[in-house]
Ligand binder design. Structure first.
Ligand code: PAF
Length: 284
């Protein structure tokens, strides 16, 4: 496996792979790789001949008071895991390499899809994500790109971008990977104290209970969100940002009664750490 830091080096790797007729899988990450990322790399390895993993803590998707400086940076360990899971190249550029101009060029998905849920408290976040992912798509020219369902709103926004900008690639979405105790894997879990980690288990518990309500026939979204909100609020260390349901695809307003596929998403702070989690409610 090769570690490269520059756009020119990545382009050389991609050109060589394409010249051999290899298919390319891209796994964009911000590093601090965990089993969730490992599952994305494994899937990319299975479905493509050549796998590029990007490791870049993208400054433009962090708001002014967010954790850009504190975000864990563990490139050596990331490279080891990426290699073990079958990556051919790790691309770890500097901010200057990815944003070479003093004034930035943006790719932005507008409309409610980027304004609801996380978009409400993180107004510039998705513009940063779509901009950096566009740059990565242009550089790696993947046949397939891999993202985790944990970031369900990101996935919906990126699907919209791929469709509207005619990116010639397949966006592959992999299931949420959880700790044995139920907590969804996240690079930000390392910020949690033991007490906060234990408190945060209420998220997966309440989402599981919501799924059971849905399976038992409940189709009133307000009743389901009220039950989840009440469950989470019982945990004294929790500070709820949102508990909401939107229709899939596209995060449209949910109908009453709910029909089709719907996303129940939560964002909750434990201490200073904001965690997200979700479950899809649909008849199977
Ligand atoms: O999901 C992430 O880790 C990031 O938002 C992404 C897609 C790598 C863009 O920086």
């Amino acid at each position: 496996m090769k570690l490269v830091h520059t756009v020119a080096e990545l382009r050389d790797e991609v050109t060589a792979a394409k010249a051999q007729g290899l298919t390319i899988g891209l796994v964009p990450t911000m590093g601090a790789l965990h089993e969730g990322h490992a599952s994305l790399i494994a899937a990319a390895n299975k479905e493509n001949d050549f796998v590029v993993v990007s490791v870049f803590v993208n400054p433009t998707q962090f708001g002014p008071n967010e954790d850009l400086d504190a975000y864990p940076r563990t490139l050596e360990a990331d490279c080891k895991l990426a290699e073990k899971m079958g990556a051919n190249v790790v691309f770890a550029p500097s901010p200057k390499e990815m944003y070479p101009s003093t004034d930035d060029t943006w790719v932005e998905v507008t409309g409610d899809i980027t304004k609801v849920l996380c978009g409400r408290t993180r107004p510039i976040h998705f513009r940063g994500v779509t901009t950096v992912v566009t740059k990565l798509f242009n550089l790696a020219q993947p046949d397939r790109a891999y993202f985790g369902q944990k970031d369900a709103q990101q996935v919906e926004v990126l699907k919209r971008m791929v469709k509207d900008l005619f990116f010639p690639l397949q966006l592959r979405v992999m299931p949420i990977i959880r700790e044995a105790d139920g907590l969804a894997k996240s690079s930000r879990n390392t910020y949690l104290s033991q007490e906060e980690h234990t408190a945060a288990l209420v998220l997966s518990r309440s989402l599981k209970a919501a799924k059971a309500m849905y399976k038992a026939g409940e189709r009133d979204a307000a009743k389901i969100t009220a039950a989840v909100t009440a469950d989470i609020a019982k945990e004294p260390m929790s500070n709820i940002d949102y508990v909401e349901i939107y229709a899939l695809p596209g995060l449209e307003p949910v109908s009453n009664p709910m029909v089709g596929s719907n996303l129940l998403a939560v964002a909750v702070k434990f201490g200073t750490t904001r965690l997200i989690d979700n479950v899809v409610l649909e008849e199977k």
